[in-house]
Design a protein around this ligand. Structure first.
Ligand SMILES: [Cu+2]
Length: 479
């Protein structure tokens, strides 16, 4: 009896084990394969500065790859006129782009330049192992450390410094991307670019000139002064814009170093044909905006069908237009009017019809000449609904954007200049009260009587010196 029970137990145990083994087998099939390949030969990794990417890997086998990365603490521009002491992997923000193949055996050397003041290390998200290599690479200034790992999982991974205070090391620019290409490689494209977003915290506000120290309190509150692509306001605009041609297939390797913000990455005027969301292995299609976590990445691909200046933004849009998260992909080539026409028409739109805007019993205001009093009352309303959004309720405008109408010397001695601005629009460099403006004021779709009213209102308010404009004055200038 005793024997039978024991035997039965053993039988059950064996059955359970074999079930477990079968289950494991099934699981193995469903999960990505990452068994270790035989290593053949060795090479030194080609590392590139943003926005360049090392060439695609054509090898069909795993190899030993030696990566030499040097930490450099150095002063660079955060924006023209604003400098900052960045801590970098390789002298740039983001750091050098590293490209290896799945299965590669990576021998990693981290060098901390002797002129640096602090110890640093590296946590590569591509590493399976303690701290992503952080403790293994803790490196004092003037030292070099080494560790190795096998790149098991393909994907695009952030690497960053993980030396305490970690937020400060990342916040000073210590991050970059490492691509582990799948064994079969990535589909061929015409151009690849390296873009990485980061948020920065300075004692001064956005644009305050000079050398700006890191502001720990702002970083803890997650209130960045700068949110930028590739370490600087304008790193990807003007002469630094990314360049491509119509018909080309583009791949963007986009990372987000943080330290705090999540990016809503978008390219204005493009739709991503493929997005490897969070840099996973299977692409989604037809994506407009993709979220990139802090400490994460995304691969986006699209074909350029028409020429234009395609604008890369974090679609948390104040970051783009007020904190720097804006880049340009400048695309040359022949237009295709069928795919995109550009503006084809601009005409007056009056849903109620031009004449029905007054009570039928009263004569239309434009027919009966307005008294100055009437102009002031009507002008006030026109100002509130047509001008105030830009020139502000107090007429003082917004520095560097919208010039003041209050005490403006631009039209003080010649109200026709104000009439011209409203009836024709105004653009290009102008000086108002000693300040230069270079904006665009759209032409205002107002009738001659309405224009006369609003300018009379402006002339008699905001500390201006008075006067009156008649519809005929506008009619004359309108031509
Ligand atoms: Cu560091």
């Amino acid at each position: 009896m005793r024997f039978f029970t024991q035997h039965g137990k053993r039988l059950l145990w064996a059955l359970g084990l074999s079930l477990l083994i079968t289950a494991c087998d099934d699981q193995k099939q469903a999960e990505p394969q990452n068994e270790v390949e035989e290593i053949q030969g060795q090479e030194i990794a080609v590392l590139t500065d943003p926005p360049s990417v090392p060439p695609p890997i054509t090898r069909k086998h795993a190899t030993k790859v030696i990566v030499n990365l040097e930490v450099i603490e150095k002063e660079m521009q955060m924006m023209d006129g604003v400098s900052y002491v960045f801590w970098t992997f390789g002298g740039t923000v983001p750091g050098k782009f590293i490209r290896v193949r799945q299965g590669d055996f990576v021998e990693f050397h981290l060098k901390n330049h002797p002129d640096n003041k602090l110890p640093h290390n590296i946590d590569l998200h591509a590493v399976t192992g303690q701290g992503g290599g952080a403790a293994a690479t803790f490196t004092a200034p003037g030292h070099e450390t080494q560790f190795s790992f096998t790149a098991l999982n393909p994907g695009l991974y952030i690497y960053h410094c993980a030396t305490a205070p970690v937020g400060m090391h990342i916040g000073n620019g210590m991050y970059g991307l490492i691509l582990v290409e799948p064994k079969e490689g990535l589909p061929k494209v015409d151009r690849e670019f390296y873009v990485c977003q980061g948020d920065f915290y300075t004692t001064g506000n956005y644009g305050d000139a000079g050398l700006q120290p890191f502001d720990m309190a702002k970083a803890v509150r997650e209130e960045p002064d700068y949110v930028v692509f590739n370490g600087k306001v304008g790193a990807l605009t003007g002469a630094n814009a990314l360049k491509a041609k119509v018909g080309e297939k583009i791949r963007l390797f986009v990372g987000n170093g943080g330290p705090n913000l999540v990016s809503s990455f978008h390219v204005i005027g493009e739709i991503f044909d493929n997005v490897y969301r969070e840099a996973g292995s299977v692409p989604d299609h037809n994506i407009q905006t993709t979220l990139i976590p802090a400490g994460g990445a995304s691969i986006t691909e699209f074909t350029l069908n028409v020429p234009g200046e395609f604008i890369l933004v974090d679609h948390s849009i104040f970051r783009a237009f007020n904190k720097g998260a804006l880049g340009i992909l400048s695309t040359e080539g022949d237009p295709n009017k069928l795919l995109f026409s550009g503006q084809q028409d601009d005409r007056i739109y009056q849903p109620e019809g031009g004449a029905i805007q007054s009570m039928p019993t009263e004569p239309a205001p434009e027919a009966k000449p307005m008294t100055k009093e009437e102009k002031l009352t009507q002008g006030k309303n026109i100002y509130a609904s047509n001008c105030q959004a830009c020139h502000q309720a107090d007429g003082k405008g917004i520095p560097n954007a919208f010039p003041p109408l209050a005490g403006s010397d631009y039209f003080a001695n010649d109200p026709s200049k104000a009439i011209m601005a409203v009836s024709h629009g105004l653009s290009g460099k102008i000086t108002v009260n000693g300040k230069q403006f270079d904006g665009v004021m759209p032409k205002q779709n107002l009738s001659d009587a309405q224009t006369a009213a609003v300018i009379t209102y402006v002339l008699n308010n905001f500390g201006n010196k008075g006067g009156e404009v008649n519809p005929e004055d506008v009619t004359k200038l309108r031509k």
